[in-house]
Design a binder for this molecule. Structure first.
Ligand code: CA
Ligand code: CA
Length: 484
């Protein structure tokens, strides 16, 4: 077994994968093993799934939040003209109907159906790509680059689901809501690969799935779609595989950069392979230098882009979450950037209070509950040229006040009905950006465009004690004290 950089274990020989699975304690996954023994005696692991419509054939995955928006992208190679590709109740699905692709969803009042004009090839020779979803009530469906959209009068705009995500079929077809399908419910026949839901790719393997039945392997070998990463070539080797990696990549699945293989990055820094046949080290907070070999300390933090500080509020449990106050100084030369994000930032439902720059204006965004407030923008400031600015944000239930350089620039009640009054930030705040690989525009859902580049100092959070930035978690943050 070998582990990828992000810590996901990837088992090469299939027999061992069953042991791993048993250790994880999923019982329902046993059905996949059974079907594998039935369908593919030689190949024991699924590297690229295939589904059979004459049997109940499906894979399931733990769902995550898709309430406000749902974006599904997947590739499929059909062998029949009807079948469920993706299903989650109550009630959203992309399916293939008589060779067209349909997206159906129902937010509570009526079922909306989008259907492609073109038909898919059903002889199993062609991979098709679907991008489908909805934002609020407005849906779109794109098959191989040709788009259908549907504007809907939004009486309802959120999708509440409580089932798993199903791929290729559903565990019990009589549970499928009749509104969600065109004819009798039928599973998909053919292969499916690269399923991405709200920027999160599902691991379509027996280790990645939560449950499933009668799933086969598309090419019938341990190779298949993307088993070898970074354009490596997969070579079948009995029931296992090996990868012939393209230049500059190494490891069993070609997921390790050759440049980082013997890197000299010190003190838990992250090795980043470089275009120019080299690498650089992203230093943990408190270290600097080419290989992060020099210890550093500072009170002014300098953010380079690709930098962040994550501050944990040790007193979170004692806080009155109906009242939040944050104060800090910043300077920058850029027109865009996230300065601070108070909140967990794990999914779209999490509360947050955020400050950043957009188009050289100060932008403040707050979510105290299920609705994202309209971001508030103050545009009279000019933030440039490394000039220091002082900003204070105060949340008192739904009343948001902001001061810039001691002038009150904002005083707004974001919800006079006071439906949600507490900022449940889970004790977590980010300065300048998020963890490596978590892009600001994706995590913030385009509220902010990029990481902060500039300096931040004198951060006060909730009380009168200045935060010692250097003692937090962080990466790629440098000494920004004035003598530097
Ligand atoms: Ca395969
Ligand atoms: Ca809240």
């Amino acid at each position: 077994m070998q582990c990828r950089a992000e810590g996901l274990c990837h088992t090469v020989p299939a027999k061992r994968s069953r042991v791993t699975r048993r250790n994880r304690g999923f019982s329902i996954i046993g059905t996949i093993t059974k079907s594998l023994q039935l369908g593919l005696e030689e190949t024991l692991s699924i590297s690229d799934p295939s589904f059979r419509s004459h049997e109940l054939s499906w894979m399931s995955f733990s769902s995550f939040r898709i309430r406000k928006k749902t974006h599904i992208q997947l590739q499929f190679r059909p062998l029949s003209a009807n079948g469920i590709l993706f299903y989650v109740a109550q009630h959203l699905k992309a399916q293939s109907v008589n060779g067209s692709v349909q997206l159906r969803y129902n937010l509570g009042n009526r079922t909306i159906i989008l259907e492609t004009l073109q038909k898919v090839t059903i002889n199993g020779s062609t991979w098709h790509m679907i991008k489908a979803g909805r934002v609020g009530a407005e849906g779109y469906l794109d098959l191989d680059g040709i788009n259908v959209t549907e504007k809907v009068k939004a009486e309802m705009s959120s999708l509440d689901t409580n089932t798993d995500f199903y791929i290729g079929g559903v565990s019990s077809l009589n549970l499928v809501n009749p509104m969600a399908i065109a004819n009798e419910p039928v599973g998909f026949q053919g292969c499916i690969r690269e399923v991405i839901i709200n920027n999160q790719e599902l691991q379509l393997t027996e280790l990645g799935a939560k449950g499933g039945a009668n799933v086969g392997d598309c090419d019938g070998t341990a190779c298949g779609y993307n088993v070898c990463r970074n354009r490596g070539k997969c070579i079948v080797n009995g029931t296992t595989f090996s990868c012939r990696c393209s230049p500059h990549w190494a490891g069993n699945t070609c997921d390790q950069s050759l440049y980082c293989l013997n890197n000299l990055c010190l003190h838990q820094s992250i090795c980043i392979p470089d275009q120019s046949f080299s690498y650089s080290c992203l230093c943990t907070l408190g270290w600097e230098g080419r290989y992060c070999e020099n210890k550093t300390s500072f009170s002014t933090a300098k953010f380079m882009g690709n930098s962040y500080i994550k501050y944990i509020d040790a007193n979170y449990r004692m806080r009155n979450l109906q009242f939040t106050a944050v104060s800090l100084n910043f300077s920058t030369t850029k027109t865009e950037g996230l300065i601070i994000w108070i909140g967990k930032a794990q999914n779209e439902e999490n509360d947050f209070l955020a400050i950043g720059l957009q188009n050289q204006s100060l932008k403040i965004a707050v979510n105290l509950g299920e609705g994202i407030s309209v971001p508030m923008i103050y545009s009279n400031g000019t933030f440039c040229c490394n000039k220091w600015h002082h900003v204070i944000i105060i949340q008192n239930q739904t009343l948001i006040k902001a001061y810039l350089d001691d002038n009150l620039i904002l005083s707004e009640d974001i919800d006079p009905h006071k439906k949600f009054v507490a900022l449940n930030y889970d004790g977590i705040s980010y300065l300048g950006g998020f963890e490596y690989g978590r892009k600001v525009n994706i995590v913030t859902q385009e509220i902010f465009k990029r990481d902060f580049v500039g300096k931040i100092k004198d951060v006060f959070f909730q009380d009168s004690k200045k935060i010692e930035l250097i003692k937090s978690e962080g990466y790629n943050v440098y000494n920004g004290d004035e003598q530097n």
